[in-house]
Design a protein around this ligand. Structure first.
Ligand code: G3P
Length: 218
């Protein structure tokens, strides 16, 4: 399973990259705003800065919601760096835009996926990735893992190449369950990635190893 980091925070991206486990980055307009990255030039420069840190796919989201606007913006974003993947919302014009980008060799990430039908449409339009949002489904008492399972079954039934990019991940068990279900990618904030490291028996075991070593090597 590939690991992407879901942030526009340069320090967190660098930390995950230095851990040696990072395959890519996803951003969205909310994550950019959280880092106070605003304005046409600053946003585009930020994408380039991220691409210069991580050698992997970097999702950059369009703001336009009409077909012509999404195509114009997506082509601009894709021209910034070869690793940019254009992130497009799951709306009618978005599906049309994904088909356009697919036909013109531009890779896409269809975002705001909450149902298997939406994932099927995105795959049919040729999306490189679909982003089902786990945490936001859990927030409304809907079974987010069932969605990942359903999409996996549908894509495998027909051999769709579209990769399942599990998003809106809130805790390490989301990552583990997605890995068990065969999601291709998990995009997460840094915290749940680092939480995968934690186990009290590891800490206790290491403490004892070091104490025993110290006893015999005074
Ligand atoms: O990748 C989508 C993600 O950023 C949404 O996460 O926590 O805002 O639901 P969240």
């Amino acid at each position: 399973m590939k690991f992407f980091i879901d942030t526009a925070n340069i320090h967190e991206i660098k930390e995950a990259h230095e851990l040696g486990i990072l395959d890519g980055v996803t951003t969205n307009p909310s994550l950019m705003a959280k880092e106070n990255i605003t304005g046409y030039d600053a946003i585009r420069q930020h994408y380039i800065d991220i691409c210069n840190i991580v050698d992997g796919d970097v999702s950059a989201e369009v703001i336009a919601t009409d077909f012509a606007g999404m195509v114009k913006e997506g082509e601009e974003l894709a021209s910034l760096h070869q690793n940019i993947v254009v992130k497009v919302p799951m709306i009618k014009d978005g599906v049309k835009a994904i088909r356009y980008f697919t036909d013109h060799g531009i890779r896409t990430n269809c975002t705001l996926i909450f149902s298997p039908g939406q994932a099927l449409l995105a795959a049919k339009a040729g999306a490189t990735y679909v982003s089902p949002f786990l945490g936001r489904l859990d927030d409304i008492s809907s079974d987010s893992l069932r969605l990942i399972d359903d999409i996996r079954i549908i894509y495998d039934n027909y051999g769709y190449d579209t990769q399942i990019l599990a998003a809106s991940i809130r805790h390490p068990m989301h990552i583990i369950e997605c890995a068990k279900l065969g999601a291709d990618v998990a995009t997460c904030p840094l915290k749940p990635i680092l939480q995968l490291l934690d186990h009290p028996l590891t800490d206790n075991g290491l403490e004892k190893f070091l104490a025993d070593y110290a006893k015999g090597n005074k």
